[in-house]
Design a protein around this ligand. Structure first.
Ligand SMILES: [Zn+2]
Ligand SMILES: [Zn+2]
Length: 327
């Protein structure tokens, strides 16, 4: 019985509305893909079916690797659940820090209308979560050590909704800490300012804004259905086509569209690229990046790459020090 429970717990994300891959969101993404192809791309029903369920995408070597990584990572995540405790520790530390400051009193805005507090908290949690995701993602591309880890996600040559799980466990831990920090800041700041009236507007236990993000096809970001928005909207929200462009190996798409839900961060910090109509994109890593070929390679290569980077830095540092002292 226990073994059976362990097995089903691997797939529990499919039944959890807090996860992008929840079956309800997947079904809606399918519907959106169909409607997009039939209404906007003017394809016939049978062509739309063939396109959406393209075997070449779902049974490619890359997608099969995604499915294996999904199962292996879920097994890993059973061991890193203590991260949840870290989240509470971070929130408490920030709360205590604010409490010690003289310039503001705890519960200072206690009289503010409860509806306003809950609406602003719901928005604040969503925005800070999205912004920290943008920032960490940008660092993942900027710093060599982090790129060694993030490369696993970019080694996907076909995209399916499961590709969102194609990340090295180290990336999972980094994003877990990021989430702890973002939620810690949001919860403690609001508790501090508004007292105990802090709450979220939720649907099925999910922040209403995250829920809207998921029911409007968040899964299509990792797919071969290139849905773009009106250009003005792509300055505000990242369309599926814009994230697909982030995975493209074309030079003009390097370091573009790091955002998850909101495009405003990319717009503000100069990394926005609007989608391009019906352009065939090639996904994956450049030939000089030597993508991993098997599971052992996928999981161990980042460690090897990081140790190479560190020893190269140490060598350079030693040479520079020697040069300074020999002058
Ligand atoms: Zn990336
Ligand atoms: Zn991606």
């Amino acid at each position: 019985m226990e073994f059976f429970e362990q097995i089903t717990s691997i797939f529990v994300d499919f039944t959890d509305p807090r996860k992008r891959i929840f079956v309800g969101y997947l079904a809606l993404s399918l519907l959106i893909a169909f409607l997009w192809l039939i209404l906007f791309k003017r394809t016939t029903f049978s062509t739309a079916i063939a396109k959406v369920f393209d075997r070449k995408v779902f049974f490619s070597a890359s997608s099969k690797a995604d499915y294996k990584i999904f199962v292996i990572n879920r097994l890993f995540s059973l061991f890193i659940s203590p991260l949840l405790l870290t989240q509470i520790a971070i929130a408490t530390a920030i709360y205590l820090f604010l409490h010690r400051q003289d310039f503001i009193q705890s519960g200072y805005f206690n009289d503010v209308n409860i509806g306003v507090v809950v609406a602003s908290f719901t928005l604040f949690v969503f925005v800070i979560d999205d912004f920290t995701k943008y920032l960490v993602h940008r660092w993942m591309h900027r710093f060599h050590v982090l790129w060694a880890i993030h490369k696993v996600h970019h080694s996907a040559e076909t995209l399916t909704p499961v590709t969102v799980y194609r990340v090295h466990p180290l990336e999972g831990i980094l994003y877990g800490l990021r989430s702890a920090f973002a939620q810690g800041v949001a919860i403690s700041t609001f508790l501090f300012l508004f007292g105990n009236s802090v709450d979220l507007y939720t649907i099925v236990g999910v922040n209403i804004l995250s829920f809207v993000f998921h029911v409007t096809g968040s899964n299509l970001r990792h797919s071969h259905i290139s849905i773009s928005y009106w250009p003005w909207l792509e300055y505000i929200l990242i369309s599926p086509a814009q994230h697909q462009l982030h995975h493209s190996i074309a030079e003009e798409h390097y370091d573009k569209n790091f955002g998850v839900a909101l495009a405003i961060w990319d717009w503000m910090f100069g990394s926005l690229h609007l989608s391009e109509d019906d352009k065939e994109l090639e996904f994956g890593l450049l030939p000089n990046e030597a993508s991993a070929t098997n599971m052992i390679d996928i999981y161990t290569r980042p460690f090897l790459d990081i140790s190479k980077i560190i020893s190269r830095r140490a060598r350079n540092f030693k040479q520079a020090t020697l040069r300074i002292f020999s002058n």
